[in-house]
Write a protein that binds this ligand. Sequence first.
Ligand code: WT7
Length: 683
Amino acid sequence: MSKSLENLYSETRQFPPPEALAAEANVKAEAYERAAADRIGFWEEQARRLTWSKQWDQAVDWSNPPFAKWFLGGELNVAYNCVDRHVEAGHGDKVAIHWVGEPEDDTRTVTYNDLLKSVSQAANALTELGVTAGDRVAIYLPMIPEAAVAMLACARIGALHSVVFGGFSVDALSTRIQDADAKLVITADGGYRRGKPSALKPTVDEAVAQCPSIEHVLVVRRTGQDVTWGEKDLWWHDTVEQASPEHTPQAFDSEHPLFILYTSGTTGKPKGILHTTGGYLTQVSYTHNAVFDLKPETDVYWCTADIGWVTGHSYIVYGPLSNGATQVMYEGTPDTPHKGRFWDIVDKYKVSIMYTAPTLIRTMMKWGDDIPAKYDLSSLRVLGSVGEPINPEAWMWYRENVGREKSPIVDTWWQTETGGIMISPLPGVTASKPGSAMTPLPGVSADVVDDTAEPVPNGGGGFLVLTEPWPSMLRTIWGDDKRFIDTYWSRFGAGAASQPAPGPSDGAENQNRSAAQGHGDKWIYFAGDGAKKDDDGDLWLLGRVDDVMLVSGHNISTTEVESALVSHPSVAEAAVVGATDPTTGQAIVAFTIPRGNVDTAGDAGEELIKELRNHVAKKLGPIAKPRQIMLVPELPKTRSGKIMRRLLKDVAEHRSLGDVTTLQDSAVMELISSGMKDRKSED
Ligand code: WT7
């Protein structure tokens, strides 16, 4: 952005941690000071949470930036740390996973003993199939315990897994298999989605036909539906479940690759984000303990993400299991067979820590307060949010209707690339503000800078950057070091200084390009997000910088306008985009979902639109008043629940739609486009 980002939204509410929780918290305020005094030493202390077969000689090597190495010379086995050591410590009978299938009463209980047996069998079966350390294994499974078992079995033998979300297409699966040159796929006949078995195997069959590198396809029988059987296919129950349950884990180097996870962002060829062993496990284990205040003896933890996203990797599999947690894993959708399903699960399993996404919170808001009110949610004591900025009103709704005003909320900012949580409140320390991710965790160095890489003052907005290496950072993009440098390290700092001068700006899309130097000659990681510091220096995430709107020379974040809309009692969810405008350059166009009980027929709808435009102007100032507001039933989202503003921009600018392949539900765009034609302009 040519100037820094406007800071329009102000929030005065603040909630200190509950006293009892603060007194017993795993991490207290002194951790910030300790980490600031000796950052590297602090991470070494966290690495000691794990069981190492060989001690590291050097904590970090940052002599060849941006390629980091952590805990050099150290050796460990990730699966041993997540499973065996808990059994050895006498916790074999402890429940690791309360698995809840989508069909009601379809449940399984997996203890740490069970996990050890299954992971050992799977490790033996994979070895038998010729998978060795360094090989790549694609995993395309529903949310069943075998997904965690498959990941841990790969880790146990040093093979890299590449989990592909079970809702992705043939094309998405085959390009990921090809890019990683995987030799095995682990899949299932299908999984349950919205009350029905939903097939996975046909997608794999088609993808594998285009992937000569695949030698075998290992198939879990989950739904029992018919499958076509080919030469490469093997049933999980004929192989894994027949294998020996004895397997001795071998230690791997701290920098041995652990997994690849593809992230598509909103455009472009998916990037294979590479994570390695010791640093990754250190940070996910530490942050899971610190941010959720996990007490493994008493807590029941539930992360509602899918295993296909990094949240599922770090905060279903590696973080919680390395900490010996008991967790819930749910297979299905939140409204099957009814809209209270999540709360029913919390109630039944006495879930005490819940980690979910703003998109789900806003959906629950839309469905109405009466639904969670029917359940006993008193077991909950810490609530988490991740994936998008959480609007202050959605935060308040979560606090009041789910946390019943007693559970702290941790809004956790991180990315597939960062591997683990970076910016978040600590539930026993931080007095949180609704909508703010607050401060970097102990040991993490983040800042908000302007386009010359100078830190913005309190009250200012700009680009979120990470200024020091961290243990769970991505090591590269699989097979593409240059893209790794170009994407994350070339905007600011030393990496920018070595770039050729930028070409002439070519319009709105590229208005943000500038190779600037700042923070001395340090290597600076640019996350792609806008952020601001409030008057206390606390951090507010403002969305992807590519989405920033340039209205009459002001850089306005989509997040602030959306939050202003959601702060109106009639609004459940909103997405805004900057559409080309002859007078202001870009104008704000908002797509708004009313709450369930709001009448929007005819004049009532027109009245509401008028009221909302004025409401935004009042909250943020006249510069942020939307030119146009559409009332819509749904918003286009990616499979992971992020709003696809690019498509809304196409609609707002009356263009035909761009690439819709990553859209969760393609019918949504037709609904929105047809509504758009009905009401051309609200101005
Ligand atoms: C992007 C990363 C992190 C695991 C799930 C998503 C956005 C994530 C927050 C938050 C505001 C957030 C950012 C980030 N994001 N958490 N608490 N507040 N924005 O992983 O798919 O790699 O997406 O999600 O834009 O860059 P991902």
